[in-house]
Design a binder for this molecule. Structure first.
Ligand SMILES: Cc1cc2nc3c(=O)[nH]c(=O)nc-3n(C[C@H](O)[C@H](O)[C@H](O)COP(=O)(O)OP(=O)(O)OC[C@H]3O[C@@H](n4cnc5c(N)ncnc54)[C@H](O)[C@@H]3O)c2cc1C
Ligand code: FES
Length: 527
């Protein structure tokens, strides 16, 4: 049985551990979340002389920043043709220069902090495989020319299969994301920065000072940056402008180049595939990702891996071995194609950063630059464009409405009679290591059977806004289709916006003492 949750980055990089918060502390700025956004913000602010604490629910760098494929590119998930129509030439030009600024900030950090993370400047190729895709690419080439990007249409790319042309972006970059993040983390700690791991923030009270309330104590801070990938404050409004997707990657151990040149590549399928290679130690890996779907909406979460394996077989002539890497992660897409960065609604002291889609290594860095400037009272050229409270441009209103429709749809459809299996037979059919939402004794329960065959039950009602979770067999998690919260088999939060665990329940016919029927802490959360 292949391991679905192990990223290629986890192999060679044991991370230092930081203690949980013990009691209360006071700092200038509290940062919630230790991914690319949180650690970059923390370092920039510590460099500017602020006392900063990072509060991380699990381990630093093991959220989505530990699952990324780290293409650092000026090309965004949303084509520039679309961005021009939404933000005008000036806005799209600013978005492109923001991407460049983030790549250069990352390049500077690797030098300033001496981070040996294999930062490489490589070309990026958006490639077409059909004539129709080629026509779209030609229009995109015209759009990026207007923006002054260093990009050109070419007939070939260094790939082992034939293509119908590509748009080549020069001076893009790749790196080893975990080594990079660990380098930033070391630089932050060397400046006196504090990190608290295994400390989950459950609420933020804005005031003077703000109070960041966690399960371990309270951090008092003048300002707070919520860098939790999705905001855990602003439980409704901002989420109406966001949609959470799962995306999948296979990492294949290659004996040779497999015909793939130095560069990164993405196709024009919907959802698209993204491709690059990475050397780690004495091994070279082919990384192929894609097959995205909305969180909680795939019936069979092992199938995307099978489709990626087939893609690798057909395009690269390689079989993906059971020992190769397979992992998935979450991306959060904004309604208009640009991230939301800045003040949380009307708040003056609490800041959010989210909606990076598949560009979060650059956009998390960008968000950190914007928020650090805001806190240091420095005008930032990208702050207005990314303003988290924007509802413009009007073109995004339709997208906001359609994302919002998913919420009532799931609230109703998932509760209809007959939408889940019922009774003792369905319960008995759950195999070890799997979960299912069932109706038992007239009540919906999220039931998991552990490797020893013991059953445990939870309420399937998501603790964010009440949708019903679905079982994700690849990642062994309960996933909420409404705003992307995820919980481990025992109900603990893996991804927000939820901050509270699923409620433990009793399986009808068992006694109070028997529920849950197994040790809730038996399994560590997935990587
Ligand atoms: C498979 C995959 C491939 C990708 N490929 C690319 C790519 O090629 N290029 C690119 O630019 N981007 C890519 N991305 C996107 C990018 O990796 C992410 O957008 C980015 O890493 C998000 O960074 P973050 O700091 O916002 O979130 P994270 O790295 O997830 O950090 C957030 C942290 O907050 C913590 N947290 C959450 N809730 C709480 C709480 N209540 N209390 C305390 N802590 C909390 C989490 O545990 C986590 O550690 C990819 C993503 C995935 C999943
Ligand atoms: S994530 Fe919002 S209801 Fe579950």
């Amino acid at each position: 049985m292949p391991n679905y949750t192990n990223s290629v980055w986890s192999e060679a990089t044991p991370a230092p551990a930081y203690p949980p918060l013990a009691g209360n502390v006071a700092v200038d700025v509290a940062v919630v979340g230790g991914g690319i956004t949180g650690i970059t913000s923390a370092l920039l602010l510590a460099r500017a002389g602020h006392r900063v604490a990072v509060v991380e629910a699990r381990r630093i760098g093991k959220g989505e920043s530990g699952k990324t494929t780290a293409h650092l590119t000026e090309a965004l998930d949303v084509p520039y043709q679309t961005l021009i129509s939404r933000f005008g030439l000036t806005g799209a030009r600013l978005a492109a220069s923001a991407q460049r600024a983030a790549i250069e900030r990352i390049a500077s950090f690797t030098e300033e902090c001496g981070i040996d993370c294999d930062f490489r400047r490589v070309p990026g190729f958006a490639f077409a495989e059909t004539r129709a895709e080629r026509a779209v690419l030609e229009r995109e080439a015209a759009a990026v020319r207007k923006l002054g990007l260093n990009a050109a249409l070419v007939e070939r790319a260094p790939l082992p299969f034939s293509i119908a042309g590509a748009l080549r972006f020069d001076e893009q970059a790749t790196l080893h994301p975990r080594i990079y993040l660990q380098g930033l983390e070391r630089a932050f700690v060397a400046l006196g920065g504090r990190i608290f791991e295994d400390t989950q923030v459950v609420a933020i009270d804005e005031g003077e000072p703000c109070r960041v309330i966690s399960d371990r104590g309270v951090v008092a801070a003048r300002e707070v940056i919520v860098a939790a990938h999705v905001p855990i404050v602003n439980r409704v409004l901002l989420h109406a402008k966001l949609a959470a997707y799962r995306t999948y990657v296979v990492g294949v151990d290659l004996q040779d180049s497999a015909g793939i040149g130095d560069g990164m590549y993405w196709d024009m399928a919907d959802p698209y595939h993204y491709i690059r290679s990475q050397t780690i130690g004495d091994r070279r890996y082919l990384l192929v990702g894609g097959e995205d779907h909305k969180v909680g909406e795939a019936d069979d979460t092992a199938a995307p891996f099978e489709r990626l394996e087939s893609y690798v077989r057909v395009r690269f002539g390689r079989d993906v071995a059971a020992t190769d890497f397979r992992w998935s992660g979450q991306i959060v897409v904004s309604a208009d194609g640009l991230p939301y960065v800045g003040h949380n609604s009307l708040s003056r002291k609490v800041f959010v950063a989210t909606g990076y889609a598949g560009n979060g290594i650059t956009q998390g860095t960008l968000a950190a630059m914007v928020l650090a400037d805001e806190i240091c009272d420095i005008a930032n050229p990208f702050a207005d464009l990314l303003d988290a409270t924007r509802i413009k441009p009007l073109a995004s209103v339709g997208a906001v409405l359609s994302e919002n429709l998913d919420y009532p749809k799931h609230m109703l459809a998932d509760r209809l009679p007959g939408s889940v299996d019922e009774g003792a037979e369905a319960l008995a059919a759950i195999p070890p290591g799997e979960g299912q939402v069932l109706s038992l004794g007239g009540e919906r329960l999220a039931v998991y059977r552990n490797a020893n065959g013991q059953l445990g039950a939870l309420s399937p009602v998501c603790t964010h806004l009440g949708c019903l979770v679905h079982w994700n067999t690849a990642e062994k998690s309960w996933d909420c289709p409404c705003h992307g919260s995820r919980f481990d088999p025992h109900g603990r939060v893996l991804n927000g916006p939820a901050v509270s665990p699923l409620e433990a329940k009793r399986i009808p016919g068992t006694t109070e003492e028997e529920a849950p029927l197994y040790d809730l802490h038996e399994h560590a959360a997935t990587d």
